[in-house]
Write a protein of this length. Sequence first.
Length: 389
Amino acid sequence: MNTAARYLYLVLGAIISFHYILAFTHQEYGRITSFDNIASHFRVETIQTPTFVDRNLVPLEYYAPPNPWNDTAPGRRANAAFVILCRNTDLTRIIGSIREIEDRFNRRYNYPYVLLNEVEFNDDFKKRVSVLTSAKMEFGLIPHDHWFQPDWIDEDKATEARKKMVSQSIIYGGSKSYRNMCRFNSGFFFRHDLVKKYRWYWRIEPNVHFHCDINFDPFVYMEDHKKIYAFTIAMYEYKKTIPTLWKHVKDFIDLHPEFVARNNALDFLSDDSGTTYNLCHFWSNFEIADMNFWRGAAYTAFFDYLESQGGFYYERWGDAPVHSIAAALFANKDQIQFFDEIGYEHFPYTHCPRDEETWRRGMCTCEREQSFDQDGYSCMSKWDKVIGR
Ligand SMILES: Nc1nc2c(ncn2[C@@H]2O[C@H](COP(=O)(O)OP(=O)(O)OP(=O)(O)O)[C@@H](O)[C@H]2O)c(=O)[nH]1
Ligand SMILES: *[C@@H]1O[C@H](CO)[C@@H](O)[C@H](O)[C@H]1NC(C)=O
Ligand SMILES: [Mg+2]
């Protein structure tokens, strides 16, 4: 049951018992009260009650109201950039994504972009992408060793693993480049020369959609609230892509118990206090995060440990479980932010704000009823439980 439904039952329950008591004490009151008008009364109430603070939404003071004469959002800025990894062949799909984030957010906030690729972006790509924004845009080449499979990886063993995954029809199971990408996103993008100067990043992928206006600055909100990681969609990982990952996580923690945060979100990752991984992770094609966390001692040691196990190539470890496990264990749970406000779609899933007021204020184009949050494959109910909602 989601939070809204639980809340509804709770309030309904309270109203019914209140009326039940009144029905005994005040005879007339009991007679005019039918179940129907209790329900309609409740619906009116939910719309009128301000629910912002209760549901951990971004407070109103962070919103910059649109100004028809000067649409630049006033206020503080964070040291932040959009970071985009893509190929020359992603041109039309990345144009779509940039166009949408510009329209919904960045035309008012003007954060710079860094686009990265393991081969040079061609002139046509740079020209067509640069015209989409007045913000600064830089195009970078990824250093060879940050991208390609290291020499010490046993290629026969890696080939064998890929073959096996193909026979099991695991998505991208046979792909070397997908593995390079997952390893790069796990451990290297934040070390790139063009990215180093920034603290915060917002990851954008080709062909994603932003379904609502974002009239607040997520970076500034996160900085103010000491958040290190933000997500919009949480789901289960394919077990077969990470058969031994959790064992290595536990080995790492045995070596470095000092990195585990006191108030961590282990219960998001595990249903048995850490014995097994329940496969929940934040879907990393959307990420807003503090790179100081990835650059810090805990994550550096964690990534180096995972890298030394070779699982990015001998299995198919994704950057999503790697990032999520680190954020959930090495940060306090209140440092992880769920942005209900940000309507987001990466095929085949969409997050649409569940808060009705937010959804209307953001002029969203998504359908709340079809939001992935309510899907059986979503880990959102686990997250809600972890943070006590
Ligand atoms: N430069 C470069 N970027 C890549 C490569 N493979 C993937 N990417 C980028 O890495 C990100 C993730 O890759 P995707 O192909 O979107 O993987 P996914 O999101 O798991 O799967 P789908 O989007 O469903 O295909 C995207 O931003 C891609 O543009 C590659 O070989 N080279
Ligand atoms: C628009 O507003 C921004 C932020 O308040 C300000 O820095 C800028 O100078 C304004 N531009 C004009 C043309 O007034
Ligand atoms: Mg993608």
